[in-house]
Design a protein around this ligand. Structure first.
Ligand SMILES: Cc1cc2nc3c(=O)[nH]c(=O)nc-3n(C[C@H](O)[C@H](O)[C@H](O)COP(=O)(O)O)c2cc1C
Length: 363
C-alpha cells in the first residue's frame, strides 16, 4: 500500500462499513471515468500500455481481440456495467462486469460484506445484487457507440436469478446471455458463487451441460439477429469454485472440451473458512487458485482459455498464474487494500517484463 492511499484507507475507508466504502470509491471511479479530458490524462499517465491496442509487449491475443495487458478486473466489482471507462482509466487490461441476473434483484440483507484485515481479505454474501441483464446490456450498448468504448475488452458474467428454481436455470441464464452477448467480448457462466442457494450444485456436469448448451444457443441467436457491425460467435467461459474436489475440476474441464467451450475462469470465493457467513477472497485463495489453474491446464491442453483469479496482490502473483497455465488474470480484493494505482502498478511491471508463457498467446 502506498502511503497516500494508506492514509486514506486507515483514516476514512477503514472506519466505514465496507459496502459503503465500496460505493463511495466506486462512484468516484465512475464519475472520473465520465469526464473525458480527466480520464484521458489519468489513463495516459498511469496506464500508457493501454494505448498499445495494436499489441505491445505483454498484450495477449484472445477472443479475437488484443487484450492490452494481462491483468483485469474480476466479476463483482462493477455488477451493473456503470464504471467500465473509469476502471479502464485506472489501468485494468480488461473489465468483467456482473454478475448480472435475468431479473433485477436486491441481493441479501445487509451487512453482507466484511473486511478480514488479518489476512488482507474480504468476506461477502452479497447474493448477486444487480439491476438486471437488460439494464447492463443497455449500458454496454451505449459504451460500444464510441470508438474508445469499443476498444475496451469487456466480459459479461451471468448468474441465476434467486427466484428461479434450479430446474429452470438454463432458461434464466439464456435470457441474460441473449441480452448481453451482442455487446460483450466474452460471456462467463457463473455457477460458483456461494451466496445464491443451490447455485454451486449447478457445477455438477449433468446440471451444467444443459445450461451451457442453452447459453451457447441463445448467444448465437442474439448475435445473428442484433446488428452490432460484427458477425461473430461470442466466447463462452464457465467460472468455478476453489472448493471443488480435484475430480470435479477435471469433470468440468472434460465437459468444457466436449462442448467446445472457450475457457474457464478459476476461482471464485471460498467457503473453506470459519470466519462467519459468505465467501472469503484475497491472499488466502492464492495457493488453491494456482493449483486449480495448473490442473485445468493439464487437462484442457492448449486450446481453451484460462483466466486465473484469486489472491493476486502483486505482479509476481500474476506471473505465477501465467506460469501455471493462465492466459489472463483478474483481481478484486487487493484493490481494496492497495488503492487506485494497484492495477496500473501490476500491468506496468508486466508489460515491461513481458516474456513467453505456456499459451504462446503473448506478444
Ligand atoms: C465483494 C465481492 C463480490 C463479488 N461478487 C462476485 C460476483 O458477482 N460474481 C463473480 O463471479 N465473482 C464475484 N466475486 C469473486 C471475485 O470475482 C473473485 O473471483 C474472487 O474474489 C477471488 O479474487 P480476489 O482474491 O482477487 O478477490 C466477488 C468478490 C468480492 C470480494
Amino acid at each position: 500500500m502506498s502511503w497516500p492511499y494508506s492514509l486514506l484507507f486507515n483514516g476514512v475507508f477503514r472506519r466505514m462499513d465496507p459496502e459503503r466504502a465500496h460505493e463511495l470509491a466506486f462512484s468516484m471511479i465512475e464519475r472520473a471515468g465520465n469526464v473525458p479530458v480527466l480520464r484521458d490524462i489519468v489513463q495516459g499517465v498511469i496506464a500508457p500500455y493501454l494505448g498499445q491496442r495494436a499489441g505491445g509487449p505483454g498484450s495477449v491475443r484472445l477472443f479475437g481481440r488484443v487484450v492490452p495487458a494481462p491483468f483485469g478486473l474480476a466479476g463483482g466489482f462493477d455488477k451493473n456495467a456503470r464504471a467500465v471507462r473509469g476502471l479502464t482509466m485506472l489501468g485494468f487490461g480488461f473489465v468483467e462486469i456482473g454478475t448480472v441476473t435475468a431479473r433485477p434483484q436486491p441481493g441479501n440483507e445487509k451487512p453482507r460484506m466484511w473486511r478480514e484485515l488479518d489476512v488482507r481479505g474480504v468476506r461477502n454474501r452479497m447474493g448477486f445484487n444487480n439491476e438486471g441483464a437488460a439494464v447492463a446490456a443497455d449500458r454496454l450498448r451505449a459504451l460500444r457507440r464510441t470508438a474508445a468504448g469499443r476498444a475496451i475488452v469487456v466480459g459479461a458474467n451471468i448468474g441465476k436469478s434467486k427466484v428461479t428454481p434450479p430446474e429452470f436455470a438454463a432458461a434464466d441464464y439464456a435470457m441474460s446471455a441473449r441480452l448481453l452477448a451482442p455487446w460483450a467480448d466474452y460471456l462467463v457462466v457463473n455457477v460458483s458463487s456461494p451466496n445464491t442457494p443451490g447455485l454451486r450444485d449447478l457445477q455438477a456436469t449433468e446440471s451444467l451441460r444443459p445450461i451451457l448448451e442453452a447459453v451457447r444457443a441463445a448467444a448465437d441467436e442474439a448475435n445473428a439477429t442484433v446488428s452490432t457491425g460484427a458477425d461473430r460467435r461470442v466466447p463462452l467461459l464457465v467460472k468455478i469454485a476453489p472448493d471443488l474436489a480435484d475430480e470435479d475440476v477435471d469433470a468440468v474441464a472434460d465437459l468444457a472440451l466436449e462442448l467446445g467451450l472457450d475457457g474457464v475462469v478459476a476461482v471464485n470465493t471460498t467457503i473453506g473458512h470459519n470466519r462467519g457467513p459468505g465467501g472469503l477472497s484475497g491472499p488466502p485463495l492464492l495457493g488453491r487458485g494456482l493449483e486449480v489453474v495448473a490442473r485445468l491446464r493439464e487437462r484442457l491442453g492448449t486450446g481453451p482459455v484460462i483466466i486465473g483469479v484469486g489472491g493476486i496482490t502483486r505482479a509476481d502473483d500474476v506471473r505465477a498464474y501465467l506460469r501455471a497455465g493462465a492466459d489472463l488474470t483478474q483481481g478484486y480484493t487487493s484493490f481494496v487494500y492497495e488503492g487506485p494505482l494497484w492495477a496500473s502498478r501490476i500491468n506496468r511491471a508486466l508489460t515491461r517484463s513481458a516474456g513467453s508463457t505456456a499459451s504462446g498467446r503473448y506478444e
